[in-house]
Design a protein around this ligand. Sequence first.
Ligand code: ATP
Length: 238
Amino acid sequence: MTLLRATDLGARHGLLNAVRGVSFDVAEGEILALIGANGAGKTTLLRTLAGAHPLSTGTIVYADEDLAGVAAHDRVRRGIALVPEGRKLFPEMTVEENLLVAGHRARPGRWNLDTILEAFPALRPLRGRLASRLSGGQQQATAIARALMTNPRLLLIDEVSLGLSPKAVEEVYANLAALHDDDATVVLVEQDLNRALSTAGRVICLLEGRIVLDAPTAGLTRDEVVTAYFGFNAARQP
Ligand SMILES: Nc1ncnc2c1ncn2[C@@H]1O[C@H](COP(=O)(O)OP(=O)(O)OP(=O)(O)O)[C@@H](O)[C@H]1O
């Protein structure tokens, strides 16, 4: 079943068209990776889905409802949660407080403080720690956990592994694998191509704001991905 349909999306930063004529579907239960070079428009696109950045063109239909005019906080209530670039935790609140604040906007569902701490056991001993005192990996785990507290149907995660140690990346992806087993629908932005291809069932590559590749990851060669990513066939350059 299609959970989200984006049609002809455009988004601007002033005069710059950061997202241009982008159309794609997200099926319920799928993990979709958004890839592309720096500045390709991934963050802007994710933010338009969450309602954190305005559309200049196009429509987003989610769960059979047009999201035009639906504010970001109302999208959270409808089940769209964003883990933003830079995580944006409340630094002077504890891990637990960061989670509970998000819980105020929660839809009914299986996620609450107890089930979250079961799913993210590494957070349990950190409950009372200020977010500003967490490592990058701990912050990312808290940010994902905070999004889950809203019981999302669609989880949007920006820059999953950026700035994390290899061990922290392993932990964050183990959490994502557990979510997938739980039938969550996830759109993630990932700079690490190998990670993106091994985690997601489908990949969309953006180049200068446009989709240049939208394909299932199974059967996709690294060459095809790299060609889309850079906009030319690197292997064939002199
Ligand atoms: N706040 C802003 N003001 C002006 N231009 C912006 C702003 N944010 C992004 N841009 C520009 O919009 C384009 C798309 O940026 P965006 O952050 O969406 O890309 P991205 O693919 O997520 O890149 P990165 O991987 O570097 O985060 C880039 O050219 C960027 O310079």
